[in-house]
Design a protein around this ligand. Sequence first.
Ligand SMILES: [Zn+2]
Length: 301
Amino acid sequence: MLPWFTERYLQIIDRLLKQKLHHALLLSGPAGIGKYELAITLAKVILCRNPTARGCCETCQSCLLFDASTHPDFYALVSEKQLGVDKIREGIGKLSGMSQLGANKVLVIPAADLITESAANALLKTLEEPTNKTFIILLTAKAQHLLPTILSRCEKHFFSTPAPAQSLKWLKGNGVDDVTPALLEAYGNAPLRLKQALTNESGISYREFCDGFDALLAGKKDALSLANDWQEYAVQVVSWVQQFTHKSFLQSQQVQDYQNFQVCVDALKSLMHPGINKAVVLCAVLDTIANPEHQRTRNIK
Ligand SMILES: [Zn+2]
């Protein structure tokens, strides 16, 4: 179990064992802190035939099937697109009827904010009148996007990012060495997001960005060549530049730093448009930071 969840995890199990756990749980908090991992671990405990106060037994038929990803009474509605009525009905369909192993059934919805309004209405009925021994675990990084009718029917668990010291310790224990608090902060203090980025071969690492950005500020690299190299990761790069400008402004209180920050905010908006030339947007941002006088000239024109 991720250490920042341990306390809440044990409380939830305690209520499960006392048969007091609500049938619909909402786990809400920033992306990259491990909510899905928590949901999966909870699902396994809820399904286990011999759970204890510490968690599942790991040896019963249910635990073995769960580990083999073939548990017939577990279903996760994983989706990156909107979750429409069909998908929700498919999930609910898995919960109707008797559980195949004769114990609990669990449905996990990893991105509950992607549920469309009509699909939410389909889900409401199940949330109001769940079939026997059924648990639904909803996850979201955007609880404010959920319909109030869904929110009000869930037992809500809100999580924030773990304390940096705890995250750094966990990262070290999980093979991610050499991480500084600044690097963690660059990933929104979300340790799983950072781990994924550092162990992911594709994409751009924060270190690569820092090396290139330092070279830019030192006049050893130009904005155009960096923008060409980094255009595929434009959103990530501009987010990092934005953090840099935000920090600079907090320290300096200079108008120029605030303007630089605003340039990043506008660039991130532009990058949301499909078909936008990312290299051009990124080049303008990098050029502004490296050569503020260019921006002034642009404004005068
Ligand atoms: Zn078990």
